[in-house]
Each structure stands twice: as C-alpha cells, then as structure tokens.
Design a protein around this ligand. Sequence first.
Ligand code: MF3
Ligand code: CO
Length: 293
Amino acid sequence: MAVKEKIGRNDPCWCGSGKKYKQCHEAFDDKIKMAKDFGHIVPGHELIKTPAQIEKIKESCKVNIAVLDYVGEHIKAGMTTEEIDRMVYEKTTEMGAIPAPLNYEGFPKSVCTSINEEVCHGIPSEDIVLKDGDIINVDCSTILNGYFSDSSRMYMIGNVSEDKQKLVCVTKEAVEKGLAEVKPWGYMGDMSQAVHDHAAANGYTVVREIGGHGVGLEFHEEPWVGYNGKRGTGMLLVPGMIFTIEPMVNMGKQPIYIDDDNGWTVYTEDGLPSAQWEIMVLVTETGHEVLCY
Ligand code: MF3
Ligand code: CO
C-alpha cells in the first residue's frame, strides 16, 4: 500500500495553478475535510476541473448545443429516428467532433431517441417514424478534442395532447428547480429533493434506477446523480465539479424495464409516457453555471 505524502504548504498546489498550496487550494481542502469528518461524501480532486479543462469542456458543449438546435429546426412528423441520427452524425462531425454514443459499450448509433413510453436509450431506426402527437427525447453527447458534453431535450411533434405537454413542461421545471439548488458547499441531495418534489407535486414519478453523472474528462464520471436523495445528504458540491441533471419523469408509475431484444431501450412498465431533459452544470465559487442545455 502506498502512503500518500501530505502536500506541504509551500509546495505547488495539486490543481496545477503553479501557486503555493497555502495560497491556492489549502483552505478549500480543509473545508472538504471538515465535511468528510462530519460523515459526508466528498469529491476527490479528480472531480474538480481546472479552468483550462473547463474551457475545453465548454467548447464541446457548444457543439452539443448546436446539434440539438439543428435537430430542433428540422424535426417533424413523418421523419424517421434514423434521419435524426444522420443529422446528429453529420452536424457533429462537420464541427470537428465525434458523437459520444457511437460504439459506446456497443451502442450502435450516434444519438438516443426515446419516444412516448420509451424512458431513455431508444435506438434510432428506419422503422420508427415520428407521428403527430408524439413526444421525443433526443439525447446528444459530444467528444471534442477529448472533452465530453452531454445534454438532451424534448421535442413535441405536431398537436400534442395537453397531458403530454404538461409532462414535458413539468419535467423541464423539475430540472430548473434542481438547478436552483446547485451551489458550492451545498449537497447533491438539495438538488435531488427539489427535482423529485416538483415531479411528485404534479402527480408524477421519477425513475430511480437511472440517473445523471459527472462528465467532462469522461462520458460518465463520479458521482452518480439520482433524484431520491434528501436535502443535506449526498455528495458535497464544490467549485469545479461538473455533472448532469437528467431526471426521467413518468406520467404513471415508477417501474421500468429494458428491451430484451436490443438490450438498451428502457420503457415504462405501465406503458404511459415518460419525459426527460438533461443539462450539464458547473459548480462555481458563487453558485452554478449551465454549460449545456
Ligand atoms: N446520453 C446518455 C446520458 O445521458 C447516455 C447514453 S449511453 C448510450 O448519460 F450509449 F446509449 F449512448
Ligand atoms: Co447524461
């Protein structure tokens, strides 16, 4: 077992700023240690992005946003989800980036397209045609110069029923309620509870098994981001952390199942619709910054 040397106060800081530790992250580390001593889960240094990394991640986010905007301009009834996949592939590569889902753990396409009762991880196909009244989540993830971004939006196709429109709106509001809770030296559970409570107050349920994640240097990093945590619990949030907020909200009951045939697509057990929005958020010194929406 290797014993890690304690960093000297006059040594260079671990963050790479070139400053002495005592003039850089020492007080920050002390604050984290105090939370840890009180029994909280705290982030390791590997989850704290440097300003240079944040700049690179933001460039990746710009591509992700542009791709989702492009999809939004063209998506319509009669289009297949395969066509959405092609748009995502073309726009992403045209901007010098790579779609992160492609070949990720065997995923066969460039984007996830999940319609109505599909909760997430829908696989684009020539056989799936968008029709009037559908709601669809397009979940886009980008690698640019080795840096990852990830966000998703709902699109409503033609005339969507009021109850589905409400589901889509409430899910977006839930993300925003959660986002409002993201601040340095707060807890992940502050966000989780706000998301959950808003969905529940509208009579909906939130999927438990699938959540958000740290992101930036990898597609999926620690921490896991669920929506059943309670205020004041879960990982301590500190400046430099980046993670997604991406609740899947079901109109009906909470249970879900995975497609036996393709091993990916997740559906609601009761067949009622599900909606999801995904954003990427940076914890800053004063609050938060949305990197991708
Ligand atoms: N984009 C999804 C997320 O939000 C992950 C999809 S994995 C894939 O985390 F392989 F299906 F693309
Ligand atoms: Co994600």
